[in-house]
Structures are given as C-alpha cells and as structure tokens.
Design a protein around this ligand. Sequence first.
Ligand SMILES: NC(=O)c1ccc[n+]([C@@H]2O[C@H](COP(=O)([O-])OP(=O)(O)OC[C@H]3O[C@@H](n4cnc5c(N)ncnc54)[C@H](OP(=O)(O)O)[C@@H]3O)[C@@H](O)[C@H]2O)c1
Length: 348
Amino acid sequence: MSTPPAPGHRFTVGVLGAGSIGCYVGGALAAAGTDVVLVARGRVRDELAAHGLTVVALDGTARLAPTDRYAVALAADALAGCGVVLCCVKSGQTAGAGAELAAALPPGALVVSAQNGLHNAEALRGPLRDQTVLGGIVGFNVRSLGDGTFRRATSGPLVIEASAHAALPAAAAALRAAGFEVEVAADIRARQWSKLVMNLNNAVSALSGAPTVELLASAGYRRVIAAVMGEALAVMRAAGVRTARVGPLPVRLFPALLGLPTPLFRVLARAQLKVDPEARSSMWEDLARGRTTEVDQLNGEIVRLAEQAGVDAPVNRRLVALVRAAEAAGAGSPKLSAEALAAAVLGA
Ligand SMILES: NC(=O)c1ccc[n+]([C@@H]2O[C@H](COP(=O)([O-])OP(=O)(O)OC[C@H]3O[C@@H](n4cnc5c(N)ncnc54)[C@H](OP(=O)(O)O)[C@@H]3O)[C@@H](O)[C@H]2O)c1
C-alpha cells in the first residue's frame, strides 16, 4: 500500500470511516485515477491489508483499485491535505469522527457527511467550526462481501448540499468521473427527509433477514413497509415537513405503490430501482455483526417528530423497540416472517 499523497499536490479525496460506503466510493475513485486516503480500522483494515480493495459495480464489473492511487491510514491526521473528506461512519460514531477531524483538518477544509439520517452534518459542524461541512445523501446500497470486496447493490444518486466552497466542483467532478450520478442540491434537508422515508424499510429488512428483492416480492412484507412509510408521511405532514425527490418517484407515492398487486408492483419497481438479488440493508448487516444500528436516527426520528407534533407513531415506535431488542439479543436478525412482523407492529 502506498504512503498518503503529498498534501496539496493533486486533488485527493479522504474518507473517514472506510466501511461499505467509504470503501466503495473510495475504491471507485481510485480505480478512476483519483488519489484517495482511507482511514480504516478493525476488520476492514485487515481485509484491505490482506486482499487489497475491489469494487464491484451494479453491472457486476469488478475492479481492483490500483495501490498507487490509494493509501490506508490509521488516523484522521492523514487527511490534512485532502481536497474533500467524506465522513462515512455510522451515525452513532459521528461525534468521535468530528472530534478527530477537528484536530486534523486545517481551517477552510471541506467535509461532506455521506451518511443517513438528518443530523450528522450538524453534529460535525459542532467541532468543525473553522471548516465547511456539507450534508450528503448516498442514494445507493453497498454490500461488504469480505476479502476487501465491496459491491454496489442498487442504483441511486450521490447528493451533496450546495455550497460556494471552492473545492466542491472538483469533488463533484472526481465523483462523476468515477461513475457516480452526482447531484448538488440546495434543498438537501427536504431530500434527507425523503431518503429517511426510504430508509424506514431498513428496519423491516433487518428484522426479516430477507434480501431486498425477496422483501419487495412479498405482499405481506410490503404491507408492513407501506404502513411504516404511510405513518411517517402522515406524521411529517402534521409537522409541516417538506420532502424533495431522491430518485425517479416522490416518496409520497411509495405506500400506494407498495400496496399494488405483486406483478404490477414488480414492473413499476423495476423502473424506479435496480436491485442486486443479494442486496440487504446496512441495518441487517449491523445486526449480523453485533453492532448498534441506526434505528434511532431513522424510525426513531419519526417517533420524536410525532411527539413534537402531538400525534402518535405506534408502527415506527414498535419497530424501534423490536430492533433494539434484536440488538440486545446479539444473535443477528430474528428472521421474523411477514405475518409475525405484521402482528408485532400493526397489531394484525
Ligand atoms: N451501506 C449502505 O449500503 C449505505 C447506503 C446508504 C447510506 N449509508 C449510510 O452511510 C453511512 C456509513 O454506512 P456503512 O454501511 O458504510 O457503515 P460501515 O460499513 O459500518 O462503515 C463505517 C466504518 O467506519 C469505521 N469507523 C467508525 N469510526 C471511525 C473512526 N473514528 N476512525 C476510523 N474508522 C472509523 C467503522 O469501524 P467499526 O466497524 O470498527 O466501528 C466502519 O468500518 C451510514 O450513515 C449509513 O446509514 C449506507
């Protein structure tokens, strides 16, 4: 593995928290000729050291990232010379990442939160007072296959909050050159809310243990997902939350789409999203690896919004409780059938 590129020499992309998203995005950038520094630890660091970094695109094309284009570092100080740093840790790790970045990055540096949830950019802005932090949305799914291989499992864009920061055009250009569909958005908050609605399905995925394709092929699971999303949209309406499109269809149509008969749903879903047969949510992976999930930053957000708006969100509340119980049990997905899940969260 090479040493980190010389600061300020070429436009270098840094990744803090090289896991599924960080390794896929970083590996695709390196394969396209951009210099990358990956701050990695634990299992991922060991895999990269033993096997290098391979990214597999949605069409199945595998590329080994050239070792002279990326460096793997232990700590955030290796990111000091990067043109942009992508923060790719889970939401519960954002506070630690922010403190490390604040100690490492020079004033004026650009950081993009490539994370799910609504508050990660804000949480980074606390310690990173002299830097620019932008919200971001990763609109696609990545699976960690082991042995340093990361596979993109769905279509979807990369959205970055609009900013006048001088490094943003170069960052967007590098990501586009690596094959990502990059959107720079002035309405990031409205889009984050839409992404949050889409991610509410992660809890169902994690509790069912089923691949996304199977989940969506089952009218029973779709009924649960439709109820979870429908409740969230109603709460958001009551609270005056605005959404904006991430992907071909507005999220307000999702519950009705999910309620269609399976053959019709299949046709319409195919137009909306390409999904690898093995795709599963990162929440499922968190349960499988015995880690804390982001359920509090996803379904938990709807429960809190409902409380603020003076309405109830029993479906999302029960889902949060089920995921928490699965985290505490530490035995991976409880593999609930559609009937068991419906009984537990819908009372039906
Ligand atoms: N995976 C997806 O398909 C997907 C899709 C869209 C959005 N997202 C979002 O993207 C974010 C990242 O998800 P992910 O699935 O890529 O997570 P992940 O696979 O868990 O990757 C995060 C990595 O960061 C490491 N890490 C955490 N704090 C660190 C630190 N201070 N220094 C160095 N490394 C650190 C973690 O190590 P440990 O495991 O040792 O803690 C882990 O390897 C989440 O907000 C997620 O919701 C994910």
